[in-house]
Write a protein that binds this ligand. Structure first.
Ligand SMILES: Nc1ncnc2c1ncn2[C@@H]1O[C@H](COP(=O)(O)OP(=O)(O)OP(=O)(O)O)[C@@H](O)[C@H]1O
Length: 640
């Protein structure tokens, strides 16, 4: 699907796949191209309209600068949900790099365009790497600090480079293949053509595994990491790309104004950028451009009230939160169909995707070789007991004075269902969290498929072949069901930023594999018809199934389910038992925490019992059922 259709479909203007009985008109077939042509024509005609003066062309130029800044912040704030209130710092770095290198070394502005982006991106990497693990308010405060440090550095004129409070004057203009860009109209076209290219790249990123990974993080960081997303790297990537775009905006701004000074890069500027993204709609590309237009044009139209503009924007944000929380032009996800995913070459009928995702049986056999679905694993170094897929040896985790798991040895046999049971607070979930890398054991070792996985990150462990679900369902609520499941194969895909922007052959193939795997798993758990629904709109029982499907889509050897039947009625629990047994037949190994004894006794091959962090029994279900120690742990010991 073309870039135009992608944009339009995302914002709800595109045409859905014809369902067969809908008449296909010239307009419906070509709406994307027609709207793009009209928009392009309006943009091209704008400076030449009789009532448009140079002043209004300059206003449109500044809308462009703020649109670029809004788009750059939208990556960090809108796509990933990171509160960056110091984004102007990267804008300033781009502007000052341009000013310093152009006025001292006479480097041409056009050469400085990519260089400003690179240096702003490198600066972002350096300053955000140490703080990227911070969340919410904490990150917000640190980014305010970064913004202020940059501004104060410019004022303090280090090495006589930044010109102090007066800044730097005499910056040259860009020269494109011999054409000097200096008039308002030339700058208008120069800026908006760059924005066009940026939008092209951003739309492609949005519709790639990278854009989805950003959204997974925004929706639920823990679930994203546990689904195989390297959260730290993706957050850094967002900051770096966002800073690069802000650096480009800085370069264009400096060359247009021919001067830079610290007054242009204050905290208020960062707040305005925040307003642009929130007003426009988090994660919405057209929204950021619209937000920029409002923020720039409003004070121009109502000049006499310009001093009150922040008051107005504050009020507008409050009203927006109440009446239109998604922003003026929110990103539309549901109802756009599978076409809205922006993946090329999908079958004409959605249903034809399902058989494509049918797994290759060879891949499901527990593998002891060094390659699992293309992911290179380290060599086998640990000798495990015969027939075992996972073993913990003396796994221990202490939370301060509390030993939640104490010296626990768990054995999970390949191709079987092992259940871990025990009273509330026994330490079962904590043990699961150690196995899946959410907690690092205080001591002990965890071996899986002949490798020591103790203390590895969750996204690494999942690529080794261990997937999980959570006791309290953790989905990506504002994404569609199919998008939720597409996070599963993410850890096996390799396409990077460039491949996503260029739609390389490998990337397109990978995307098709991802959506086909997701379609197959969604169908397997009976949720295919909900593929384009937002996950949060599903009933509780179906959300559980969706979470299981997401875990299955990672093609795991071991599937760990934390209380899968909790919240399900008897009928749903029975269906769940059927599904779990079918999964074992398909080749998966299952490890469950379960309180429902009917489920445990009905399907388990082996049961381990935990109480106060320790193993008190293990054996066949019928033996455990009658074990006196287990009965005492659950019911309490009778006094003599
Ligand atoms: N992050 C944490 N910080 C401190 N204590 C914790 C943490 N997570 C769990 N605990 C404590 O560790 C103990 C074991 O908790 P855990 O959730 O593993 O038990 P559980 O067997 O899964 O219980 P349930 O069946 O009720 O879910 C509890 O006393 C709990 O309060």
């Amino acid at each position: 699907m073309g870039i135009t259709e992608n944009i339009l479909k995302r914002v709800g203007l595109g045409v859905n796949k014809p369902s067969g009985d809908q008449p296909s008109t010239f307009w419906s077939r070509n709406r994307g191209w027609l709207l793009l042509t009209i928009t392009g024509a309006l943009f091209a005609a704008y400076p030449f309209l009789p009532f448009i003066s140079d002043y209004w062309i300059d206003v449109a130029f500044f809308v462009g600068i703020y649109a670029l800044l809004g788009l750059s912040l939208n990556i960090v704030l809108g796509e990933v949900g990171l509160f960056d209130l110091g984004h102007t710092a990267f804008y300033a770095v781009g502007a000052y790099v341009t000013a310093i290198l152009n006025t001292t070394l006479h480097v041409p502005i056009i050469v400085l365009l990519p260089l400003s982006a690179l240096i702003a991106a490198g600066f972002a990497f350096l300053v955000t790497s140490p703080v990227i693990h911070l969340k919410g308010d904490y990150l917000c405060i640190v980014t305010i600090g970064i913004g202020e440090i940059v501004r104060l550095t410019m004022i303090n004129n280090p090495f006589n480079l930044t010109g102090g409070p007066n800044g730097i004057n005499g910056i040259g203009g860009p020269n494109l293949f011999g054409l000097a860009i200096n008039s308002s109209t030339q700058f208008y076209f120069y800026t908006w053509i760059i924005i066009g290219i940026v939008v092209f790249g951003l739309v492609r990123l949005q519709h790639s595994r990278i854009g989805r990974a950003w959204n997974y993080i925004r929706e639920d960081e823990t679930a994203a990491e546990a689904s195989g997303v390297d959260v730290r790297s993706y957050k850094l990537l967002a900051f770096v790309l966002g800073a690069a775009l802000a650096g480009i905006a800085g370069n264009i701004y400096a060359s247009k104004q021919m001067s830079v000074s610290p007054q242009s890069f204050t905290f208020i500027e960062s707040s305005l950028l925040f307003c642009i993204v929130l007003l426009g709609g988090l994660g919405s590309i057209p929204g950021s451009i619209l937000g920029a237009a409002v923020v720039v044009v409003f004070p121009e139209v109502f000049r006499q009230f310009a001093t009150y503009r922040l008051l107005f924007f504050g009020l507008a944000l409050m009203l927006m939160m109440i009446f239109r929380p998604g922003g003026m032009w929110p990103r539309k996800r549901e109802g756009t169909g599978l076409d809205g995913l922006g993946i090329r070459g999908l079958p004409k009928k959605d249903e034809d995707l399902i058989p494509l995702g049918k797994p290759d049986p060879a891949m499901l056999k527990p593998s002891t070789t060094a390659v699992v679905r293309g992911v290179k694993l380290p060599p086998v170094t640990v000798v495990m007991d015969e027939g075992m897929l996972l073993q913990t040896h003396g796994a221990t985790l202490k939370f301060g004075g509390l030993t939640a798991v104490n010296n626990f040895d768990l054995n999970v046999r390949t191709g079987k269902i092992t259940s871990l049971i025990g009273p509330n607070g026994a330490g079962k979930t904590t043990l699961f969290n150690m196995i899946t890398g959410i907690y690092k054991p205080t001591s002990g070792q965890i071996d899986f498929l002949g490798r020591d996985i103790t203390g590895l990150k969750p996204h690494t462990i999942i690529s080794y072949g261990i997937a999980r679900t959570f006791q309290n369902i953790r989905l990506f609520p504002s994404l569609t069901c199919i998008e939720n499941i597409m996070s599963g194969p993410h850890c096996h895909a390799r396409s990077g930023t460039w491949a996503a922007i260029m739609h390389t052959i490998g990337e397109v193939r990978e995307e098709r594999d991802i959506v086909a795997t997701a379609a197959y798993r969604l169908d397997q758990v009976g949720l295919w018809k909900y593929r384009n629904e937002l996950a949060k709109n599903l009933p509780y029982g179906k959300q559980r199934y969706l979470e299981i499907a997401r875990a299955l889509a990672t093609a795991p050897h071991l599937l760990i389910l934390d209380e899968p039947s909790s919240g399900l009625n008897d009928r749903e629990s029975e269906d769940l038992m059927v599904l779990l047994q079918a999964l074992v037949k398909e080749g998966f190994t299952l490890l469950l925490i379960e309180h429902d004894m009917q489920v445990v006794m009905g399907i388990s091959d082996w049961v381990a019992v935990m109480d106060m962090g320790q193993k008190i029994a293990e054996g066949l279900p019928k033996d455990i059922y009658n074990n006196q120690r287990v009965i005492e742990a659950y019911l309490g010991k009778e006094d003599d």
